[in-house]
Design a protein around this ligand. Structure first.
Ligand code: ZN
Length: 481
């Protein structure tokens, strides 16, 4: 039982490095439901040599920087199975690509055997290395994401009957009042200091999580002069923050996290997603120089938690323009465009037509505005497969002792029916509001003073909770347990 041909990604999951677009090291996290506590899942991954232990690891387990496996499998509180982390993968390397394919063969087998499920409570996260990424690059990237947000959220729901998981009825049950993936903060972005202050408090549960970036600090030790962005706080005191653009200090997990994706096991869709991430990060990057600090606001297209069928014809035309822009302006190779086309055809956007997508996918590669330079993280030598894993890990037991079967954990989603778009009564005249929209003064809420921080965070959380309740209360309620 191996992956069907239709699900196989191009080039065996290898990525090309087309002109101006070096591959940024990426980590992919796939959350699954299933009997995680019984180690059935971990054992399968271990047997194929893609993880280093036949047992599920604890939450926040970290195998270190040089471990020889492509990933690890760890506990995660929002799912019953756990989270497979494909760790710091360099997909220009054949071996990394092969190991990622091996992981997906494993996932497919587990799913076919009924051992795992990709339910709507399961998320897919991608961490992109932010090496050489300055604040201005980050701001350009956020503007770009906002411009394409609606198509990205649809793409993230590829292959699911209910689409993006924020559209799934009852999503608030395992995690009351918290949305997993909010729309991101929108501009127009004004002064850079205000913008950075806003991004520094951008909630983690957003399509893009900037916390790993903004919370990282330059130690000041790097020889290269890092740019200091200064701003005055409400009391007139000046404080400064570093622009990471030229900082070479050693940092922990210096990434930009994409939290928008659903969890799913089709590697051809995943290939399209990774391509889009690479292309958007490359497009937003500018070298140090006269254009580094320039950013132009683009018209955002906010994700409004609307089923596609509820959108007006005008809205759909607007979406088509964004999708066209995505295919023609972003630095994507033809094989990558084809993978993205394939994924879009597994969303309600398929009504735009197969031929329309084929034409878009057929457009040539367009290089990013500037040829990116990128100093890669140390690329780990990867081993996988039963034999490979045994060689690199002499302590590894040849056979995992059989364990007594553990009854499957109760499934939250057993009784939940697949979401049907038509089920949701929505007033087309009242678009849901984006809680992170920048205020009428042109800025997102100011960076909080230390003393105000907990209060502001609570306020924001309550706001999310209130909005989310409002939306989910429109769904037909399922029986309470
Ligand atoms: Zn530094």
């Amino acid at each position: 039982m191996s992956l069907p041909d239709s699900m196989k990604p191009p080039l065996g999951f290898v990525f090309e490095e087309p002109e101006g677009r070096p591959f940024r090291i990426t980590s992919i996290e796939t959350e699954v439901d299933g009997p995680g506590g019984s180690d059935v899942i971990a054992k399968q991954f271990y047997t194929c040599g893609i993880v280093n232990s036949p047992y599920r690891q604890d939450y926040k387990y970290n195998p270190g920087t040089r471990h020889p496996h492509i990933g690890f499998f760890a506990y995660d509180g929002t799912v019953t199975g756990g989270e497979l982390v494909l760790d710091r993968i360099d997909l220009t390397r054949q071996k990394h690509a092969e190991a990622v394919m091996e992981a997906h063969e494993s996932l497919y087998k587990l799913e076919q055997d009924g051992k795992i499920q990709y339910n709507p409570n399961c998320g897919g996260h991608g961490h992109i290395d932010a090496g050489g990424y300055g604040f201005y690059d980050l701001v350009r990237f956020m503007i770009l994401f906002g411009h394409l947000e609606e198509p990205i959220f649809r793409l993230a729901g590829a292959g699911k009957t209910y689409g993006h998981r924020t559209l799934y009825r009852g999503l608030d049950r395992p995690m009351p009042g918290r949305v997993y993936t909010n729309p991101i903060m929108k501009g127009p972005f004004g002064r850079i200091d205000e913008t950075i202050a806003s991004l520094a408090r951008h909630p983690r549960h957003s399509g893009i999580n900037t916390n790993f970036y903004t919370k990282n600090r330059c130690t000041g030790r790097c020889a290269s002069a890092t740019k200091v962005v200064e701003r005055k706080n409400e009391y007139g005191e000046t404080y400064s923050t570093w622009d990471h653009k030229t900082c070479t200090c050693k940092k922990e997990k210096f990434t930009i996290e994409w939290r928008v994706w659903n969890s799913q096991g089709n590697p051809r869709i995943l290939y399209g997603w990774i391509a889009l991430m690479q292309a958007m990060h490359a497009h937003a990057w500018h070298p140090v120089g006269k254009d580094y600090e320039k950013y132009e606001n683009m018209d955002p297209y906010t994700w409004t938690w609307q089923p596609f069928s509820k959108l007006t014809a005008e809205a759909k035309r607007g979406i088509q323009e964004r999708v066209e822009w995505l295919f023609t302006e972003l630095p994507l190779t033809p094989v990558e465009k084809d993978a993205i086309r394939y994924a879009f055809m597994k969303t309600p956007y398929k009504t735009f037509g197969k031929d329309w997508f084929l034409r878009l996918a057929d457009t040539p590669y367009k290089k990013p505005p500037y040829p990116n330079t990128y100093k890669k993280l140390i690329s780990r030598p990867i081993e996988y497969g039963f034999k490979g894993a045994k060689e690199v890990n002499p302590n590894r037991r040849a056979e995992v002792p059989e364990q007594p079967p553990v009854p499957p954990e109760p499934e939250f989603w057993d009784e939940a029916e697949a979401f049907v778009e038509a089920d949701i009564p929505q007033d087309p005249n009242v678009p849901p509001q984006n809680p992170f929209r920048i205020g009428p003064d042109g800025f997102a809420p100011r960076a909080p003073q230390a003393i105000r921080r907990p209060l502001r965070a609570r306020e924001q959380e309550n706001e999310i909770l209130r909005m989310y309740r409002e939306i989910t209360n429109q769904f037909p309620r399922e029986r309470d347990r």
